[in-house]
Design a protein around this ligand. Structure first.
Ligand SMILES: [Zn+2]
Length: 249
């Protein structure tokens, strides 16, 4: 069984109300968050989530303070850890919100995995809020990724030895996470099921969700698998000024 190495990359940031991350808690409290990508190296190279495409496009269509400094450019960060985008074998989209799939086109040779249920929902979200989160073409937003390029997955899936996709609906209908076997034990990348540490450690749901009951079911499913989860939008993952950090060092 391979022990995978895992990096987190801070591919841009935004400022949100804390209650977007912690449901009904921290209302009125501003919170700076990273838009994280993750890189896994083992027998193959895998990227989990690809952040947003361009801050200017997002700002134009979404009332959100969002930015990306030069050192947080995905290409620059991948180069810093010795990864060529063309050498990435698999991309996992935990879900298809604009800030998790906007960089998919960078990985021209990769198989890009998303749950079929998520792809179906992304084509036709059923609320105004979710039309914005998906940058829904049907609602007139500029598309952030090509849904036809995605490889649909139905349910849990072994991607490679020591890498397992698990469905974790709640934040969105087809959210999924990746369980990674590392020298420190299994580590979960759970998408926006766990945006900040407290979602997992205190069981506080994320403020943005399509199904609160499903969030709780997924939370219990994940807790039964591992007690190590890397949040998707928590600045505390990045412990120095370096926008890349190896989590298995
Ligand atoms: Zn999301």
């Amino acid at each position: 069984m391979p022990n995978w190495r895992l990096w987190a990359l801070c591919a841009g940031r935004s400022r949100i109300d804390q209650s977007v991350a912690t449901y009904l808690e921290g209302m009125g409290v501003p919170l700076e968050i990273p838009h994280s990508m993750f890189v896994l190296r083992g027998p193959i190279t895998v990227v989990v989530d690809t952040s947003f495409k361009s801050p200017s496009v997002i700002r134009k269509h979404y009332p959100q303070e969002v930015w990306r400094v030069a050192s947080e450019d995905p290409r620059a960060m991948l180069a810093a850890i010795g990864v060529e985008p063309a050498d990435v074998d698999v991309v996992v989209c935990t879900h298809l919100h604009y800030d998790h799939c906007g960089g998919n086109a960078l990985f021209s040779n990769a198989r890009i995995l998303a749950q079929r249920r998520e792809i179906d929902y992304a084509r036709c979200p059923t609320s105004t809020l979710m039309e914005r989160e998906y940058f829904s073409a049907g609602a007139g937003f500029p598309s952030q990724c090509d849904l036809d390029d995605l490889t649909p997955v139905d349910g849990d899936l072994q991607v490679a030895s020591g890498l397992r996709l698990v469905t974790l609906p709640g934040h969105t209908p087809g959210s999924q996470g990746l369980i990674v076997d590392t020298a420190q034990g299994p580590i979960a990348l759970a998408g926006d099921l766990v945006m900040v540490r407290e979602n997992f450690t205190e069981g506080i749901p994320v403020g943005l969700h399509t199904d609160l009951d499903a969030w709780y079911s997924s939370y219990r499913k994940l807790r039964a698998i591992t007690d190590q989860v890397i949040p998707s939008h928590d600045m505390r993952v990045f412990t120095s000024d370096d926008p890349t950090v190896e989590l298995t060092a």
